[in-house]
Design a protein around this ligand. Structure first.
Ligand SMILES: [Zn+2]
Length: 386
């Protein structure tokens, strides 16, 4: 056998043992040998190497069935950290995630909407330095950064093609973060990061085809198929906010007429409401509807109908087994839940697909994007060192 073949097999065996400890801990050496088919000697050698590098922890010996001592191995989760960042118009969140995908810390900060990209990244850098100090976290343990941003993101080159919320056009964000934070950085569309987190840790753990739909300042969706984000050619698959549902409708911020989001984005609902009242937010709109103002009832009703249309269209296009709904309007107002859960939605779904899916509500509201971005960084930058 050639030397590089031997090296390859060694690396592969070490990765296999590492991931078995990660996913099955606590686990003994004997169990690892059974699971891998490797000899006990090989397993012990690999475990010793991983131990030396600090990846595994060995618990106190316990007596196994045959009266011999067996030690339980677990992952040293705190050994490797990644940073997940959610960046939006008026705020950003920073999370620090361990090897197991658990957030060690998650904090939210205000952002000045008019800041330049460079000023934003420097602001984040100062905040992160402070966070390392406050939480007594060793920056040397961080292997990379993931950033979730709303808009069209070229995840391969790390360039924000267009983010209307941030006002960024062709910004080389990954390079900026790398330069100022000093870590390798991956950037992605925030909804795709959120969907990944729901798939790995949230409502869609057992789903094989998940569609996440978010109703908020815009309308978007993201699809996970067999554990992988479905991206399309420009990483824009799922941008349903700009599907045209009425060519005779109102003009969208994108310049086209009758886009879906001109009907159900928060801004559109509040603009419609402002014709009748001076309300400025969704809770006030729903309150007006509850107190019997017909104009408010109609706006809320219309929003729910268009949400139903959106869900039906996604089902027809992708045929997912799970739909995860997220966004304030879904999570904070019981009228919307009632609409989704008690038959009204079902009446809007194309009949052959009626029983083909489950509806879930996002369980990772605040941490979803941060977690997903951290996971993307871990996936891209973490390798068991050899
Ligand atoms: Zn549009």
């Amino acid at each position: 056998m050639q030397k590089h073949d031997q090296d390859y097999i060694k690396r592969k065996n070490r990765d296999t043992v590492f991931h078995l400890i990660k996913n099955h801990a606590p686990v003994s050496r004997a169990q690892l040998a059974r699971m891998t088919g490797m000899s006990p000697t090989t397993v012990s050698r690999i475990v010793a190497e991983l131990d030396e590098q600090g990846y595994v922890l060995e618990s106190e010996s316990v007596t196994s069935g045959v009266g011999r001592k067996a030690a339980w191995l677990t992952l040293n989760r705190a050994m490797v950290l990644t940073i997940g960042i959610e960046l939006d118009k008026t705020r950003f969140r920073i999370g620090i995630m361990d090897l197991d995908g658990e957030l060690v810390v998650l904090k939210e900060y205000e952002r000045i909407p008019t800041e330049t990209p460079e000023a934003t990244v420097m602001h984040i850098q100062r905040t992160l330095d402070q966070l390392f100090d406050e939480e007594k976290i060793d920056p040397a343990k961080v292997i990379g950064v993931g950033v979730g941003i709303p808009g069209i993101i070229d995840h391969r080159s790390g360039v924000v093609i267009l983010s209307a919320q941030l006002g960024w056009h062709h910004v080389p964000a990954a390079a900026l973060f790398h330069e100022h934070l000093g870590y390798e950085t991956v950037i992605d569309n925030e909804l795709k990061a959120r969907a990944l987190a729901e798939h790995v840790k949230g409502r869609a753990i057992h789903s094989r085809k998940t569609a996440l739909i978010r109703f908020g300042s815009g309308v978007g969706s993201a699809l996970i198929i067999e554990g992988e984000i479905y991206r399309g050619e420009n990483n824009s698959a799922g941008e349903i906010g700009h599907t045209v549902i009425d060519p005779m409708g109102t003009t969208c911020e994108c310049g086209k007429v009758g886009c879906l989001q001109t009907y159900i984005a928060e801004g559109a609902l509040l603009k419609e409401a402002s014709k009748y009242s001076s309300i400025t937010n969704l809770p006030e709109l729903f309150e007006a509807s509850r107190s019997g103002h017909v104009w408010a009832e109609q706006i809320v009703r219309k929003a729910m109908v268009y949400m139903g249309v959106t869900i039906n269209n996604i089902l027809c296009m992708y045929n997912p087994d799970s739909i995860i709904l997220s966004g304030d309007i879904v999570e904070k107002f019981h009228e919307v839940r009632t609409f989704m859960d008690e038959g009204e939605l079902h009446a809007m779904i194309w009949e052959p697909l009626l029983h083909s899916f489950d509806i879930h509500y996002s369980s990772l509201e605040v941490e979803g994007v941060v977690l997903g971005s951290g996971m993307l960084a871990q996936k891209k930058f973490f390798r068991v060192t050899h």
